[in-house]
Design a protein around this ligand. Structure first.
Ligand SMILES: [Zn+2]
Length: 312
């Protein structure tokens, strides 16, 4: 399969059609969006904007966004053709987002959780002070509310415009997740195409469950950089989710259509709820009572419900 690097939509002139980056098929845009940006011909998972991801993942009407007004500052006076401050303003106007991360509390099939989603549309989903701060605040809130954390990664890496401050977010987000762990709460990372650089090397890789979408590029340095450096041809499928699953770096690959079910099931296990119930459609407002975990033996997070996989 001829994968291309970071997804950039190639819109056709009239805007009705878009071309699959992987197989080249012409996709009717409306239908493509209804399929949640998965190619109907080859199954290629395009990058999903943060708001669409949230709509697809959490129960309707349950997303309670937090810290939406956090704004990055240009501490270095960084100038890359356009000054960083100006670039931020332009990107905010273009995307309607304040930075590359959307965070808040939500429910997934009735299970309360803290959710953070990266937005690739905002400066390549790069992690700077705002992304790091939002993840840290989200983890603190999760501990306060005693709910699990679900993070969707989609990033070109650390934000170079913020220099060392952006690199510092790697330690900061890992520290925040360590607090979640110490509080006995579960964290789930979903790595989507592309998850690279300092994001892979920090919060995206240290959660309890590491999920990935099919075909996602996941790595630290890019394949071309590595190939040039080591002067060797890289193995087939290098840094793709399937390759990493085989090597044991991630736990499971989940197609976008099944992700909500899979998250609900893991969250159910993680919070001592009935995982079977997590597969049944639930009324939006119904919030199950927290269950005492005391007696139940640790359920096997595998096989059993496999056959019940839903086709959305
Ligand atoms: Zn395709």
């Amino acid at each position: 399969m001829a994968w291309t690097r970071f997804g950039k939509k190639k819109d056709m002139p009239n805007g009705l059609w878009t071309k699959c980056e992987s197989c080249g098929a012409m996709l009717f845009k409306k239908e493509f969006e209804q399929r949640n940006r998965v190619c109907g011909t080859c199954g290629y998972h395009f990058t999903l904007p943060a708001r669409e991801r949230i709509a697809l993942t959490v129960d309707p009407g349950t997303f309670d966004e937090r810290w939406a007004d956090l704004r990055a500052q240009d501490l270095l006076g960084f100038n890359d053709r356009v000054p960083y401050g100006e670039k931020l303003n332009q990107t905010r106007a273009k995307t309607g987002e304040s930075d590359a991360m959307v965070t808040g509390l939500a429910q997934i099939k009735g299970i309360p959780c803290a959710v953070g989603v990266m937005n690739f549309q905002f400066l390549g989903g790069s992690m700077g002070m705002v992304v790091g701060e939002k993840i840290a605040l989200l983890c603190e809130l999760a501990v306060e509310r005693q709910v699990p954390v679900v993070l969707f990664a989609c990033s070109g890496g650390a934000r170079m415009h913020e220099g060392a401050v952006s690199l510092m977010q790697m330690a900061k987000t890992c520290g925040a997740l360590a607090r979640v762990d110490q509080a006995g709460l579960v964290s789930i990372s979903v790595m989507t195409h592309p998850t690279t650089g300092g994001v892979t090397a920090s919060f995206a890789s240290v959660c309890d469950f590491l999920l990935a979408e099919p075909g996602a590029l996941i790595g630290f340095a890019g394949p071309r950089v590595i190939a040039t450096t080591i002067k060797k041809e890289l193995p087939k499928g290098f840094q793709r989710a399937e390759f990493l699953l085989e090597k044991g770096q991630i736990d499971r690959i989940v197609a976008r259509a099944n992700l909500r079910d899979e998250l609900a099931r893991l969250l159910a296990y993680a919070t001592g709820r009935d995982p079977v119930a997590a597969f049944k459609p639930q009324p939006v407002a119904a919030e199950p009572e927290p269950v005492a975990v005391a007696v139940a033996a640790e359920p096997e997070p595998k096989a059993k419900k496999r056959g019940k996989k839903k086709d959305a």
